[in-house]
Every structure is written in C-alpha cells, then in structure tokens.
Design a protein around this ligand. Structure first.
Ligand code: ADP
Length: 397
C-alpha cells in the first residue's frame, strides 16, 4: 500500500510517498512560493534531486506538478496516480469537532471550513490542499490527521482555562495542544528503545523547533502540553512570544496603536527568539551570535532553555516522576547547548546527561545521552510526523 502524505502551508506544499509495507519513503519533496513569483518544486526520488521551476499560481497547480513528478518517466516512482492508495493530510486545528483522524468527505470539509478561524494561519491552507488533491484524485480515499488528536486524553483540569464555564461551552475555548503526531511518535519510539510498554512509562517529550511544545506523556497518553488554544502559548519560540500576561499585550497595543489582530500578528511573528535577540529566529544564527559575544542572543537562548526546564519540572510534578526525557525536532535534535541547559541542575529528579555524548553529531538515529548515574533516561529521537500521518491514514481506512 502506498500513501501520499501532504502537508500544505499557505505558500508551500510538502509531500512524501510512503510504502507502508516497509514504512520507507519512495519519494518526497516540497513546492515553495505557491501563489508568488519564483515557484519551485524540489522532488527527491531514486537517490536524485529534481527541480522544476514553473509558476504555481494555486495549490491545484502545485498538486498537479507533484503528481507529474511522481509519474514522470525520469523522476517518477509510480506508473499512474492509480498506484496511490490513499492520501493523508496534515491538519493543525480540530476544535472539539474532530477528536480523531477523519475521512475526507464533503461533510468533513464543510466542518473544517466552519472551524477555520481557530487556526487562521494553518487551517485554510490545509483545506486548499485537500481540495486540490480531491480534484486531481477524486476516487482516492483521503484522511485528515490533526496535530491535536493525541492531546484529547488530557483531563479537564489540564485542558480547561479558568474563564467563565459558559464561554468554554459556547466557544470551546480551551487548551488543545499541537505537534501531537510528533509527541506520539517519539514517545512510542522511546518505549520501544527502552524495551518497555508505553503504559509503563512517564515521559516528557520536548519537540523543539521553530515552533516548540513540551508534553507530559503518562502511560502512553498525553496528560498535559505547553501549547494552548493556538500554537502561540507555552515556551518562547522562533518568532512567537509563548506565555505572556495578556495585560502586557493590551498595554503595548494601546501604546503602539495596534488593534487585536495586529497585536496577535506581532506576538506570532515579531517576538520570541527573533524579537529578544534582534538577530534571528534560527537557533544556528543565535548560537553563532552568542559565541561571538552577542548578549541579546545569549539572553534569548537562556530564556528558551529556562522556560523549557520549567515545563519539564512541572510535568515531572504532574506525573509524580519522570522515567525519560525525549528531545526532538530541529533544535531538540541539533542544538547540544539547549539540551545541556535544560538538563542542568536536575539532580532533584535524578537526572544527569552525559556531556560528551550530548555533543556528538546528529546521525539521524536515536541517541542515548543518559548520564552514568542518572535515574532518568535522556534520548534524542528524530521525529517523523509524515510516517505517523501515513500510519493513521491506513488505520482509518
Ligand atoms: P519547524 O518544523 O517548526 O519549522 P524545525 O523542527 O525544522 O522547525 O526546526 C527549525 C530550527 O531547528 C531552526 O531554529 C534551526 O536552527 C534548527 N535546526 C534545524 N536543523 C538544524 C541543524 N542541522 N543543525 C542545527 N540546527 C538546526
């Protein structure tokens, strides 16, 4: 069975064609700059990279170029679109409407449209991507796999905000959490690596990338997570502020003459690591600047690690202990100084990392950086959200 996984952004469309018998990637690629000048498709298959530079005014054009690349005589890996058995689409926000992966039908698409204002940056492009695929492959079964699904096991006292209960009931304002496919994947991989069942473990998973979230996984289930109603909450991120006193946002908005949506745009795009450092949202730039003596880059990195450390401690408290901490995603897998700072001074929970192993280069495999006297395992596990989406799609069908 071959599953095409689609992750559709506002101006991009990433894809992977996965052979589910072997769970291996047959081809993958990325359409960039959809709807703007300079569109480009980069397609990787058969150990080669193929680049198609062609205007992509819409996601429909992007999808047809992807299907061409997949079936092309030179770059292709399948003989026709009929060889694609199913399509799994990544979707970010679900509200309480979709608690599980869901088949794409006219009805589910209509419901997705109803809830699109829950994640205005993420959901509308996903809907556009689904529609474009539907048009190109009307008879292929498709699934929507949500970033939020894994977190629906949170107890009410963890997902509720202390607002008037009627407003929760009326508008479903609550913590949803995101990166669920990643937290699920790495927590399951950690259990496999440790030779235990997920039910036997208390794990804190740290998905640290451009967007970052931390989750408490108790007995295989998410019981709390740092992102909230939207991906703006939790630790500071590349350009997002993370947790903030709302009154500070209101004060700033008044001073700068911003309306609510301008203030939110500011909190999503102008803050976080980029805002504090004035250097960049990218951790490679930040560590390089800090090493050259840039104090604000150092401050941004310290703030990030400190915020992550507090979540790890909070989740150890929530679970009455922790057996394993997992680092994943761009920063989690590639930035030793962040892992080091988060794990420092954690003797109170018996945690210690091996400083040398922590410095070893990322080789794409699971790395165990547990210190020799540590009671808590510390693992670096490359995430694979596309594989989870493909697995969930197969399960649903
Ligand atoms: P997202 O999927 O949220 O866009 P990623 O998980 O790709 O983000 O993480 C992006 C961040 O990870 C960037 O800050 C970048 O500096 C860091 N990063 C990604 N790859 C590497 C790498 N090979 N070496 C060092 N840092 C990396």
């Amino acid at each position: 069975m071959k599953v095409l996984v689609i992750n559709s952004g506002s101006s991009s469309l990433k894809y992977q064609l996965i052979d589910m018998e072997t769970e291996s990637v047959i081809a993958k690629g990325n359409c960039e700059r959809i709807g703007i000048e300079g569109s480009k498709l980069t397609h990787k298959a058969k150990g080669q990279e193929f680049v198609v530079e062609q205007p992509m005014p819409t996601h429909n054009v992007a999808v047809s170029l992807v299907l061409n690349a997949l079936t092309d005589k030179v770059s292709g890996v399948i003989s026709s679109m009929q060889d694609i058995d199913a399509v799994g689409h990544r979707a970010v926000a679900s509200g309480e409407v979709f608690k599980k992966p869901t088949l794409v039908t006219d009805e589910t698409l209509a419901k997705m449209e109803e809830i699109q204002d829950l994640a205005p940056l993420h959901n509308p492009p996903a809907i556009v991507g689904v529609k474009a695929c539907k048009e190109a492959m009307p008879n292929t079964p498709m699934a929507l796999v949500f970033d939020t699904s894994f977190h629906f096991t949170m107890p009410d006292y963890a997902y509720m905000y202390a607002i008037a209960y009627e407003d929760y009931e009326k508008y479903k304002i609550r913590r949803y959490g995101f990166h669920g496919t990643s937290h699920k994947f790495v927590s399951q991989e950690a259990a496999k690596y440790l030779g235990k069942k997920p039910e036997e473990l208390k794990i804190v998973t740290c998905h640290l990338g451009n967007g970052s979230s931390i989750t408490a996984v108790d007995g295989g289930k998410s019981i709390d997570t740092s992102m909230g109603f939207t991906p703006l909450a939790g630790v500071p991120m590349g350009t997002r502020s993370g947790d903030l006193d709302y009154a500070a946002a209101e004060y700033l908005a008044k001073k700068e003459g911003m309306d609510v949506s301008e203030a939110l745009n500011y909190l999503n795009k102008k803050c976080g690591m980029a805002g504090v450092s004035g250097v960049s949202s990218d951790f490679r730039d930040l560590t390089a600047a800090r090493d050259q003596g840039n104090k604000r880059a150092a401050l941004a990195l310290d703030m990030f690690s400190y915020a992550c450390k507090k979540y790890v401690g909070a989740y150890a408290a929530a679970m009455n202990g922790v057996d394993c901490i997992v680092f994943t995603a761009g920063v989690g897998e590639n930035t030793p100084c962040v892992r080091q700072a988060i794990c420092e001074n954690m003797q109170y929970i018996g945690l210690e990392i091996d400083a040398e192993k922590n410095l070893e280069k990322n080789n794409g495999a699971i790395r165990d950086i547990t210190g020799k006297n540590s009671k808590v395992k510390v693992l670096i596990i490359p995430t694979n959200e596309e594989l989870v989406i493909a697995r969930e799609t197969v399960e649903l069908l």
